[in-house]
Design a binder for this molecule. Structure first.
Ligand SMILES: C[S@@+](CC[C@H](N)C(=O)[O-])C[C@H]1O[C@@H](n2cnc3c(N)ncnc32)[C@H](O)[C@@H]1O
Length: 269
């Protein structure tokens, strides 16, 4: 049946938040810098995670069976996580806020002959029906750049009962010990309060990040009908290297600088 759609009510008209617009500009500008590392990750025969490229075999982040599953990557950037999922038999969709990042993802699809849908949208207002996916995943995507109080309820809405939410972010320890200046590694002293942590705009950066404490994260996930399955605190192996200046290897061997949350939508949610 066809017909005119009803006019949207005021409540249904949502505005793009300021941080989403700022982050779109920032990531359009950063995209060229991420194309080379994106290519390396697309080329990888097995997944490696985070800034230290810790192998999947050490971390066990991905569900063991992906064959035939519908997966959504929120903040897919160059799209390599979705490519890893597709190679394991999933049907991924890559969503990102930045047209320039998605242009790199599309170029990678051409280069590697592996295609899946790429959608430009805000992960806080993802344009999909409820219960469309078996897996929602984010590696430094929505998990880092979106407000958790907006994107995690979206992810929960999009999951089918029993579906999994998996996301990788900077650890709370890193966020608390980072110096204010951009490009300086984490220190060994607390630089800011833990209580109230949420929105961060680092000195000299136009982009906006979000990081919340563990208690707040646990309560948020549970309120969204998600049961927490694991919190993997990533320890890079001896000799690991990174192009990022987040923390020294010695620091990251002593304290987690990245963490991975795994949660499952409860069957009754
Ligand atoms: C570090 S990249 C992570 C993606 C991928 N793992 C990579 O390294 O290419 C961060 C991505 O999050 C995206 N992003 C930021 N805010 C977003 C939002 N509100 N909705 C969707 N994507 C967003 C950015 O455009 C960027 O491509």
């Amino acid at each position: 049946m066809t017909g005119r759609l009803p006019a949207p009510t005021l409540a249904a008209v949502t505005q793009t938040p300021d941080h989403v617009l700022r982050n779109r500009v920032a990531w359009d500008a950063l995209a060229a810098e991420y194309a080379g590392p994106g290519f390396d990750n697309w080329s990888a025969s097995t997944p490696t995670w985070g800034v230290w490229h810790v192998p999947e075999a050490q971390l066990g982040i991905l569900p063991p069976r992906l064959e035939g599953t519908d997966a959504l990557e929120l903040g897919c950037g160059t799209g390599y996580v979705s490519a890893w999922l597709a190679r394991r038999g999933a049907r991924p969709v890559g969503l990102d806020n930045s047209a320039a990042q998605l242009a790199t993802a599309a170029a990678m699809q051409e280069r590697f002959g592996l295609r899946f849908p790429l959608i430009q949208a805000d992960a806080e207002q993802a344009p999909f029906a409820d219960a469309s996916f078996d897996l929602v995943i984010s590696e430094y995507g929505a998990s880092n750049w979106c407000d958790p109080y907006a994107w995690i309820p979206q992810a929960a809405r999009l999951l089918r009962p029993g579906g999994q939410l998996i996301f990788l972010v900077n650890s709370v320890e890193l966020v608390l010990t980072w110096p204010e200046q951009d490009d300086m590694p984490a220190t060994q002293t607390l630089q800011r309060p833990y209580f109230g942590m949420h929105r961060f705009q680092w000195a000299g950066a136009s982009s906006v990040e979000f990081h919340i404490g563990h208690g707040d994260m646990i309560r948020l996930l549970r309120r969204c009908g998600l049961e927490i399955c694991d919190l993997i605190e990533i320890q890079p192996p001896p000799g690991a290297t990174t192009r990022h200046s987040l923390a020294s290897l010695e620091w990251a061997r002593n304290w987690p600088c990245e963490e991975v949350w795994k949660a499952r939508k409860t069957l009754r949610a």
